[in-house]
Design a protein around this ligand. Structure first.
Ligand code: ADP
Ligand code: MG
Length: 360
């Protein structure tokens, strides 16, 4: 297992990158703590696979270094990095049986046959393929083949890190939950450093201790699910995480007072955003309906989603979502909305502004 350090890392697929726009991965400095389970979350095309392939050595970065336990491995080939990587689509040996496929990484390293047999049956149980161990991989469904790929990725206990690149894409929905739970228990048992790439926030938030959010080639926030929910560092994090995502309002902020569309209210602390476009971000969970002197709003739709209701509003021409408790009285047409000060974040040019003198 290893701590993985990214030192001034950046990557462009172009031979002569000129501007930042030419980089699929913008400059990044980060330590992946040994033994932690990370999710790498972001929309398609934001650079997740690029970063993962640089860590595993499939791709040589155009700038910067990568270190495993403080040893520079930037020029080391994949095999020397001792990493297991599972891809979006199955990589299996069709002519081998399921058992041989699972045993392959261990045989390759000259492991003891008794250990191999024991470990292979353990992994087969985890991926739910004990009954198919003696079948050839050829002829199995894509779903089964991907389970074999996952099993092969998990079979070695001595790897530096386990990297998963959207590994459940071709897996049946009901099996996804099961396999994700297995990956989590594998992490608890062996404590590998794990990086799990996904574009699905539910997958990321349920799998990981820490979520690394990427947007347009840049890591915009690294935090616990709670930090991403309460203090989104970038408006993208607020919008991408949460269901519905964070609401954004154009605002002016002076110290402890904010004004949106002519209505002023108190913040929980003083903020001095510098320049640029200033916005207030409020998650739907922190919007209160029926306030006496809040922002005028018109209710456009109410969606009952079981545990609570999602109330869609029009606020000065902008779509806003609020969450109301199940059973709460909801005004019928027009109302005024107010914000719970604990749930208010201030942004300047999309980046969160820290409160003056505050810790966060
Ligand atoms: P993600 O895995 O988040 O979907 P990728 O890392 O695959 O994103 O891609 C990031 C960006 O780099 C995209 O704009 C993609 O088109 C580009 N890209 C990926 N692979 C290559 C490649 N081999 N050559 C050129 N551009 C690439
Ligand atoms: Mg990808």
């Amino acid at each position: 297992m290893a701590k993985i350090t990214l030192d001034n890392l950046a990557h462009s697929y172009l031979p002569n990158p000129k501007s930042e726009d030419d980089f699929a991965l913008k400059e990044l400095n980060h330590d992946w703590v040994d033994g932690e389970a990370y999710a790498l979350l972001g929309a398609s095309g934001c650079g997740k696979s690029t970063l993962l392939n640089i860590i595993s050595g499939l791709l040589h970065p155009s700038q910067g270094r990568i270190l495993f336990n403080d040893v520079d491995v930037t020029d080391a080939p994949t095999a020397q990095r001792n990493i297991a990587q599972v891809f979006q689509f199955p990589v299996v040996y069709d002519t081998m049986t399921v058992r041989e496929n699972l045993a392959f990484p261990l045989r390759n390293r000259g492991a003891d046959p008794a250990y191999i047999a024991q470990r292979v049956s353990q992994i087969a149980a985890m991926i739910g393929m004990e009954a198919e161990l003696d079948r050839k991989a050829r002829g199995l469904t894509a779903d089964s083949k991907q389970k074999i790929s996952l099993g092969r990725g998990m079979v070695r206990e001595d790897v530096n890190a386990l990297l998963f690149d959207e590994p459940l894409t071709v897996i049946d929905p009901h099996m996804k939950w099961e396999l994700r739970t297995q990956l989590k228990s594998l992490h608890h048992e062996f404590g590998h450093t794990m990086i799990y790439v996904t574009h699905d926030q539910t997958e990321a938030l349920t799998f990981a201790d820490k979520v690394v959010v990427m947007y347009d080639g840049r890591v915009v926030q690294i935090g616990t699910p709670q930090e991403l929910f309460e203090r989104p560092a970038h408006t993208f994090v607020g919008y991408f995480i949460g269901s519905p995502g964070m609401n954004l309002f154009d605002a002016s902020v002076e110290g402890p007072r904010a004004t949106i569309g002519g209505v002023s209210f108190d913040l929980d602390a003083a903020y001095r955003p510098k320049g640029g476009s200033v916005q207030i971000g409020v998650r739907p969970e922190f919007i209160r309906l029926g306030s006496d002197n809040g922002l005028p709003a018109r209710i456009t739709r109410v969606e009952d989603v079981g545990r609570h209701k999602i109330v869609r509003l029009d606020v000065q021409g902008n779509a806003v979502s609020a969450i109301a408790a199940e059973g709460a009285a909801i005004p019928t047409d027009t109302t005024r909305i107010a914000f719970d000060p604990r749930g208010v974040n201030v942004y300047a040019d999309d980046w969160r502004v820290k409160a003056e003198g505050g810790l966060a």
